[in-house]
Ligand binder design. Structure first.
Ligand SMILES: *[C@@H]1O[C@H](CO)[C@@H](O)[C@H](O)[C@H]1NC(C)=O
Length: 264
């Protein structure tokens, strides 16, 4: 009887330790991005059905078909663009309170790829839709046409940030040269945004990169002829990922290199 009690006590102890272990482990799980509550904003559209005008936006993604974002994109007012830190963030939008909304207000998901600049010669309530402090989405026309009739011109929308669902790892498009590296960060999952970046050449330690513009980061360092690893931190969730040997030693400007890591 005593030994039976003893073993039950052991089992209990084991379970307790397992539970504590799990809780401790939970404290160490990596941070993840969580969607935000729905809020009210407005949406317009720019360009035409081909969305040609949305290519080459202020985030630096270049041709959006090549970079994988397609036409489900929008230019953000400066409040949301946040000096480029808003680049790559994903939003769900649904038209609301307008006769031009499609039936049942379908939800569409867009990626921020551009800035909608303020126009100070227009009143912020009459044409200057992207002037601070307005939260505004200037959507690619095909994206707008998924939620409302384009003849509306402008509609109120409900929006929230959602997790960016991406296939595969973060990709970096390289510019610069052996002494100045400029990379555009693309295909970012989770929060979709980047706060900080570091690069490590096969002959260097970790070098902090500075934010250049849009979704680009730069390092003034001698990195030519070295394989390069990158460390990235999410702007919103603060999660950190490391892409070891993302680029081979013969990397060059103009190339895009993929990784097998991404945010959550
Ligand atoms: C700003 O608004 C004015 C007045 O409508 C317009 O003429 C001008 O083209 C706009 N500027 C830009 C950069 O869109």
């Amino acid at each position: 009887m005593a030994s039976l009690l003893y073993s039950w006590r052991h089992i209990f102890l084991f379970l307790a330790v397992a539970a504590i272990g799990k809780a401790v482990a939970a404290g160490y799980t990596r941070p993840v991005f969580h969607p935000t509550p729905w809020k009210l904003a407005y949406a317009t559209f720019y360009g035409d059905e081909t969305a040609a005008e949305t290519m080459g936006g202020a985030c630096g993604y270049g041709n959006l078909f090549n970079s994988g974002y397609g036409t489900d994109t929008a230019a953000l007012s400066s409040v949301l663009f946040n000096n480029g830190y808003g680049c790559g963030q994903c939003f769900q939008l649904r038209c609301t309170k307008s006769q031009y909304c499609y039936k049942n207000s379908p939800i569409t998901t867009i990626t921020a790829t551009n800035l909608c600049p303020p126009n100070w010669s227009q009143d912020s309530n009459h044409g200057g839709w992207c002037n601070p402090p307005r939260t505004h989405f200037d959507m690619a026309k095909p994206a707008f046409m998924k939620i409302a009739q384009w003849k509306a011109g402008i509609v109120p929308v409900l929006f929230r940030r959602v997790t960016c669902v991406r296939k595969g790892g973060v990709r970096l498009m390289f510019q610069g040269n052996g002494y100045w590296l400029l990379v555009y960060v693309m295909n970012v999952g989770g929060g979709g945004d980047i706060a900080n970046m570091w690069v490590k050449g096969s002959k260097t330690g970790w070098i902090s990169m500075s934010h250049n513009w849009g979704a680009s980061y730069q390092a003034f360092a001698t990195l030519g002829g070295q394989s390069l690893s990158f460390k990235l931190t999410s702007y919103t969730s603060h999660e950190t990922i490391i892409a070891y040997n993302l680029a081979p030693s013969n990397w060059r400007a103009g190339m895009t290199y993929g990784s097998n890591v991404n945010f959550h």
